[in-house]
Design a protein. Structure first.
Ligand code: NI
Length: 190
């Protein structure tokens, strides 16, 4: 597998599928996770789910310890990334927090989305070991966003219809510029 995969852009059928559970985290799965990590870094992202690179498996990579504004984030390399198979929310706070969110598959548009203030996620790491991680703030938000991707859900689905329509107009206007700049490899066919 190459070091970088093209990221599919909304609307693409791959973003709307329910991804399949990984039955065995073997060397090939670990390799896919590392390729996803490279792809995410190339795209200056903080999280990436396998459906975003047209792989229909429940795989997620996250590197949430970043500085900078949405759209211009820079990873702090000292913090190890999370490489996750079959991540699942096993506990969450009742409290919800609003914050701005974006997505590499819906580039250059952002909006405020409510998320649980805290989540606990069970997953299998790249060595096949069961693990848990707890997250709040950016990590908690990122976990919820990426797990949504595995269920064919995008952050725009959490907006009111009015906001979603406005954002769709902005996105359609912005997309030709993005395609011309090609800041990261992407694919559009659906
Ligand atoms: Ni996303």
């Amino acid at each position: 597998m190459s070091d970088i995969l093209p990221i599919v852009l909304h609307p693409h059928r791959a973003l709307r599928q329910v991804a399949e559970t990984v039955t065995d985290v073997d060397a090939a799965v670990a390799s896919t996770l590392h390729t996803m990590l490279e792809t995410m870094a190339q795209a200056n992202g903080i999280g990436l789910a396998a459906p975003q690179v047209d792989i229909n498996k429940r795989l997620v990579v996250i590197q949430p310890e970043v500085e900078g504004e949405p759209g211009n984030r820079k990873a702090k390399s000292a913090t190890p990334p999370l490489l996750m198979a079959n991540p699942e929310i096993v506990a969450k706070s009742d409290e919800m927090i609003d914050s701005e969110e974006g997505c590499l598959s819906i580039p250059r548009v952002f909006d405020v989305i409510p998320r649980h203030a805290w989540v606990k996620v069970a997953y299998v790491d790249e060595h096949g070991n069961p693990r848990e991680v707890e997250g709040e703030e950016l990590l908690g938000r990122c976990l919820q966003h990426e797990i949504d991707h595995l269920n064919g859900v995008l952050f725009i689905d959490h907006l009111s219809r009015l906001k979603r329509d406005l954002l769709a107009k902005r996105y359609n206007k912005i997309l030709p510029d993005f395609v011309e700049d090609t800041p990261y490899p992407f694919t559009q066919e659906s």
